[in-house]
Ligand binder design. Structure first.
Ligand SMILES: NC(=O)c1ccc[n+]([C@@H]2O[C@H](COP(=O)([O-])OP(=O)(O)OC[C@H]3O[C@@H](n4cnc5c(N)ncnc54)[C@H](O)[C@@H]3O)[C@@H](O)[C@H]2O)c1
Length: 419
C-alpha cells in the first residue's frame, strides 16, 4: 500500500540477536509487540502482560514518537508490570513502516492503530505466523473488509489465534444474557434496537507547520478514511451485540440517514455526528440503529431485542442486563473485566495450542457498520452483497508525511454516490 517513511530510534541488530538467543535457550516466553501506542494500545499491552505468567512486551511501533514514548513510560511505571516491559530503545519504531519490525520480533501482536491500518497490519502479522489481538473495527471500507476476510481464512489455515476487541463478547453478563436469548428465553427475535448516544468527541485542531498527513493522523477520529465514521468506529460495538443475538446472521439490506448537527466545525473533519439506520434481515426481522455525538444530551449505550415471547435488554449500566418474559430475570452473576478476559482467553488458547478465531464476526460486524454508513451517506437502500462488493477505497495515494491531502468532503445524501 504505497511507500512510507520509517525512523528507527536506533539500529536494531543487537536486539535481533538477543531474541535469537532467547529461543535457543528454549525459553517459553511469549513475546508481545504493540502497534499503535495510544490509549487503547497502552491498555491492551497492560492486559496482555497480565494474561500469562511468562510474557514480555518486546517491541512497539507508533506513527508518532511522542505517543510511543508516553505509552512506554506509562507501561514502565505500572507496578504490576515490573519485569515484563522489556522494550529497548532499538525496539521502538516510529513512522508508517514500524509495524513490520514489531511483527518480526513478536509472537503475539496487538493491533491498536486507527482502523484504517488494520487490514494491512493484520495481513502482515498473519503472513508472518503471529497470533493477533485486533482492536475494533477492522476496516473502514469494503476493500479493507475483503482483505481482512481473506486474512481471517489464512489465520485459520495456520492455526493462529485472532481475538477481537469487540469486548462485550467477553463480558460475563452479556454472555449469559445472550446465552439465554439463544436458549429461547424471548422466543424468536423480531425487532432489535442498538443505541449509542454519547456526548461530544475529541478533536485535535491543526497546528502551525503541520503537513496535511500529520494533521489527519493526529485528528484521525474525525476523518472517514482513518476512522470509518462514528457508525463504524464506535457503534460497531452494539451492532455486533445484535449480530451476536442473531447467531451471527447479518442483515440483507439497510436504509438510513445521518448528518452533522452539533459537531460541524472544520476540525471535526468530514464525519457525521448522528446516524439512524434500519437494518433488515432475511426473515423480515429489523434492527433500528441510532447513534449520535452531541454535548449536553442524555447518553445511552444499549441494545434491545424483542422476541415473540418477551424482550431482552443488553446494557453495561448496573442492572442493565435483563430478560422480561413470563418472568423477569436480571443478571446478578459475577462481574469480570472484559478487557482483561479477552487477553486471558487469547493467551490460554495460545498455550494450549487450540486457537480462538473471532475473525468472522469481527469482520462482518465491521461491514454491517460500513453498510449503515453507506446507506446514510448516499440516502440509498444498500444490500449486503452490494456493500461487500463496493469499490470505494478510502486509502490515500501513499503513506508519507508530505503527501498532499485535500479536505475530504462531507457526504450529502441524495448527491453522494455509492461506489
Ligand atoms: N474495544 C474498545 O472498547 C476500544 C476502546 C478504545 C479504542 N478502541 C479502538 O482502538 C483503536 C485505537 O484507539 P485509541 O483510542 O487508542 O486511539 P489513540 O489515538 O489514542 O491511539 C492510536 C495510536 O495509533 C497510532 N498510529 C496511527 N497510525 C499508525 C500506524 N500506521 N502505525 C503505527 N501507529 C499508528 C497513533 O499515533 C496513536 O498513538 C481504534 O480502532 C479504537 O476503535 C477500542
Amino acid at each position: 500500500m504505497g511507500a512510507s517513511r520509517r525512523h528507527f530510534l536506533a539500529a536494531s541488530a543487537a536486539a535481533t540477536s538477543g531474541f535469537a538467543a532467547v529461543h535457543a535457550a528454549g525459553d517459553d516466553t511469549l513475546r508481545v509487540g504493540l502497534i499503535g501506542c495510544g490509549d487503547r494500545g497502552t491498555g491492551a499491552a497492560s492486559q496482555a502482560l497480565q494474561a500469562d505468567r511468562n510474557v514480555k512486551l518486546v517491541a512497539m511501533a507508533d506513527a508518532f514518537e511522542d505517543r510511543l514514548r508516553s505509552s512506554l513510560n506509562t507501561l514502565r511505571g505500572k507496578r504490576e508490570l515490573i519485569g515484563k516491559v522489556d522494550v529497548a530503545t532499538d525496539a521502538c519504531f516510529v513512522g508508517f513502516d514500524g509495524y513490520r519490525e514489531v511483527i518480526r520480533r513478536s509472537d503475539v501482536v496487538l493491533l491498536c492503530t486507527p482502523p484504517h491500518f488494520r487490514p494491512m497490519h493484520f495481513r502482515a502479522a498473519v503472513e508472518a505466523g503471529k497470533h493477533v489481538f485486533a482492536e475494533k473495527p477492522v476496516a473502514v471500507d469494503a476493500p479493507g473488509v475483503r482483505h481482512v476476510l481473506q486474512t481471517v481464512e489464512l489465520a485459520r489455515q495456520k492455526n493462529l489465534s485472532v481475538v477481537s476487541g469487540l469486548c462485550l463478547r467477553y463480558d460475563n453478563g452479556f454472555r449469559e444474557t445472550v446465552r439465554r436469548v439463544h436458549a429461547g428465553a424471548i422466543g424468536d427475535v423480531t425487532t432489535m434496537f442498538a443505541n449509542d448516544y454519547r456526548g461530544g468527541r475529541w478533536k485535535k485542531p491543526r497546528t502551525e507547520g503541520q503537513t496535511d498527513m500529520q494533521y489527519h493522523m493526529r485528528n484521525w477520529y474525525n476523518f472517514t478514511w482513518l476512522g470509518g465514521d462514528f457508525n463504524v468506529e464506535q457503534h460497531v460495538h452494539f451492532l455486533d451485540v445484535c449480530a451476536w443475538v442473531m447467531r451471527d446472521e447479518y442483515p440483507v439490506r439497510a436504509i438510513g440517514m445521518g448528518g452533522r448537527a452539533a459537531l460541524n466545525s472544520p476540525d471535526y473533519g468530514n464525519i457525521y455526528d448522528h446516524f439512524a439506520v434500519v437494518y433488515e434481515y432475511r426473515n423480515g426481522a429489523r434492527l433500528v440503529s441510532n447513534c449520535r455525538q452531541n454535548p449536553g444530551c442524555k447518553n445511552d449505550l444499549s441494545a434491545h431485542a424483542v422476541g415473540t415471547r418477551g424482550r431482552a435488554v443488553l446494557s453495561e449500566r448496573t442492572g442493565g442486563l435483563s430478560i422480561h418474559a413470563d418472568q423477569t430475570w436480571v443478571y446478578e452473576g459475577p462481574q469480570n473485566q472484559m478487557y482483561q478476559t479477552e487477553h486471558d482467553e487469547l493467551f490460554a488458547a495460545i498455550r494450549r495450542g487450540r486457537p480462538i478465531n473471532n475473525g468472522d464476526y469481527m469482520t462482518k460486524s465491521t461491514l454491517m457498520a460500513i453498510m449503515g454508513r453507506m446507506a446514510a451517506y448516499t440516502g440509498q437502500l444498500i444490500g449486503w452483497e452490494q456493500a461487500l462488493a463496493s469499490r470505494e477505497d478510502l486509502s490515500p495515494p501513499r503513506y508519507a508525511w508530505d503527501v498532499p491531502l485535500a479536505d475530504p468532503p462531507v457526504a450529502v445524501p441524495g448527491l453522494t454516490r455509492f461506489v
